[in-house]
Design a protein around this ligand. Structure first.
Ligand SMILES: Cc1cc2nc3c(=O)[nH]c(=O)nc-3n(C[C@H](O)[C@H](O)[C@H](O)COP(=O)(O)OP(=O)(O)OC[C@H]3O[C@@H](n4cnc5c(N)ncnc54)[C@H](O)[C@@H]3O)c2cc1C
Length: 481
């Protein structure tokens, strides 16, 4: 998470106990309609492993191919530098599978501490959310998939998708040591992230398929292993996973810190894309950090500077919009289909939600695998376009065109009017503006519709007020003549 996300109150209880995982919710029993069918999943990120479980639950034999080594064997360990907070939207998919959430308190998200550019602190508490590093979430889901479906799900690491023959329903992989393997499938799931190979194969198959990819315009570097007494009193009394976010005088430049179970902190240092290339030495990094931030512990600055100077930047997310999510025997989900920037903390959560939608579609297709991809697009596309639009609107914060930015005005007027209406007419309007329900399972298309409706109402209200005031003034002037 790099910037801002609304507070989410969970409707799914997460146990606070010393055991490793919360009591598993009972798995919803389904009839295995697809026994004898083979699914191939490309990518063992959060979406790939979760999709594999939904497929296996319905009877598929599933092969998951991942181009990287298994996360626990991957040399890069940045602790919780790159975190994913699972909110009720994402948790609902795991709950349906009966996959328990970790319940050790270091996983339970306590909240966010925002340090503004003057060093002032704002605290928001969160309940029921669970904090993972990206690699620990990926590993957790791989372990769950193996444990729950040992006879049906097989993982192949160091196996990179190298091409898909859509008409022949065949996919090929480059494997460690330089070889190639080919696999036939009944269903191919592209869960291979924002740069998806499977999506590219679909684009070749459908020349009219439209895919737009926007860059977040930010890059980040990670650091870790620092210690310090930075928790405000209320989090110190009740420890858990906290996120600290330091802002600067420009919206692109931020530092985050996340507490790790071992008491250290890891985090990110972000700049506008290209900004890191201006920093040549460790001293340049440290000077910029000192200039931009108030309140980052003094002894952290040389450490962040040294680690950041020694690493290469990663893009802080892309926004992907596809005109379709399916082809014959193929579907896309997760970042491959609908990546968003970390601004609202929705990427992994929407990816898991897409897997849950896949589960529903598998049931609805009644065992006819040929129906699954197209039904998936019908069920999911509108919500994914709505999420894309919301994410793009949130970027008004970075554009900083001021109060007249139409996207900023839309979001602001929705939240202001929604807050007033939810206080005055909760039975008619609901208890909070829809944008603040991003963490819940409210469909994204309902949220964007509410944003547009409320901002239109606010605009009409303002216009009517303007006309009324002008008329009043005119009457006064005429009365005085
Ligand atoms: C800094 C940062 C913070 C974030 N914080 C949050 C957050 O708090 N909450 C949230 O919901 N989201 C967050 N996100 C977004 C989240 O990380 C992604 O949306 C999520 O990881 C998507 O999961 P995925 O499985 O679809 O894709 P990925 O996680 O990208 O996984 C795709 C997998 O496919 C593999 N792969 C790629 N190409 C191939 C190939 N050719 N063959 C085989 N395998 C391949 C990759 O190695 C990878 O393991 C954050 C993102 C960033 C950058």
């Amino acid at each position: 998470m790099l910037m801002w996300r609304p507070c989410h109150r969970s409707c799914i209880p997460v146990a606070h106990s010393s055991s490793a995982v919360a009591e598993a919710a009972p798995e919803q029993q389904v009839v295995p309609l697809y026994s004898g069918k083979r699914a191939v999943v490309v990518g063992a990120g959060p979406a790939g492993s979760t999709a594999a479980m939904f497929l296996a639950r319905q009877g598929f034999a599933v092969d998951v191919h991942e181009r990287r080594p298994e996360p626990k064997q991957d040399a890069v360990d940045t602790g919780r530098a790159y975190i994913i907070i699972l909110i009720p939207r994402g948790q609902a998919a795991l709950q349906e599978l009966g996959v328990p959430l970790p319940s050790q308190r270091e996983f339970i998200t306590k909240g966010t501490v925002r340090h503004n550019k003057k060093g002032k602190i704002g605290i928001s508490r969160e309940e029921g959310n669970v904090t993972f590093s990206r690699s620990s979430l990926a590993q957790y889901l791989i372990d769950q998939a193996r444990q729950r479906y040992p006879a049906q799900i097989t993982f192949h690491f160091n196996s990179a998708c190298a091409g898909v023959d859509i008409p022949q329903r065949q996919v090929s992989f480059s494997v460690a040591g330089g070889g190639r393997v080919q696999q036939q499938y009944d269903l191919l799931v592209g869960a291979d992230g924002a740069g998806s190979q499977v999506r590219q194969a679909l684009q070749q198959h459908y020349p009219d398929m439209q895919v737009s990819i926007d860059d977040s315009g930010r890059e980040y570097k990670v650091y870790g292993g620092v210690r310090g007494d930075i928790e405000p009193e209320e989090f110190r009394r009740d420890p858990g996973a906290t996120l600290h976010l330091w802002s600067s005088d420009d919206p692109w430049t931020t530092v985050t810190a996340h507490s790790n179970p071992d008491g250290t902190y890891s985090g990110t240092f972000s700049l506008k894309t290209g900004g890191f290339s201006d920093l040549k030495t460790v001293a340049d990094y440290e000077a910029l950090l000192r200039k931009k931030f108030v309140g980052v512990p003094d002894d952290w600055l040389p450490v962040i500077a040294e680690q950041a100077a020694a690493s290469t930047p990663s893009p802080a997310g892309k926004r992907v919009r596809c005109s379709r999510l399916d082809g014959p025997g193929v579907l896309l989900l997760g970042d491959a289909a609908h990546a968003v920037t970390p601004v609202f903390g929705q990427g992994a959560n929407s990816a898991l939600e897409s897997c849950k939608v896949l589960g529903t579609v598998l049931t609805e297709a009644g065992g006819d695998v040929s129906q699954v991809p197209q039904r998936f697009t019908s069920s999911r596309l509108a919500d994914m376009h709505a999420l894309n639009e919301l994410d793009a609107k949130a970027y008004s914060f970075f554009r900083r065109r001021g109060l007249l930015d139409p996207d900023f005005l839309q979001l602001l007027s929705h939240v202001l009017l929604g807050t007033i209406l939810s206080k005055l007419l909760p039975f008619l309007y609901g208890r909070q503006p829809a944008l603040l329900k991003l963490g819940s399972t409210t469909p994204y298309s309902i949220i964007i519709a509410a944003v547009k409706r409320d901002s239109l109402m606010a605009a009409v209200g303002f216009a009517a007020l303007g006309v009324w005031l002008s008329l009043k003034l005119a009457v006064k002037v005429m009365a005085g003549v």
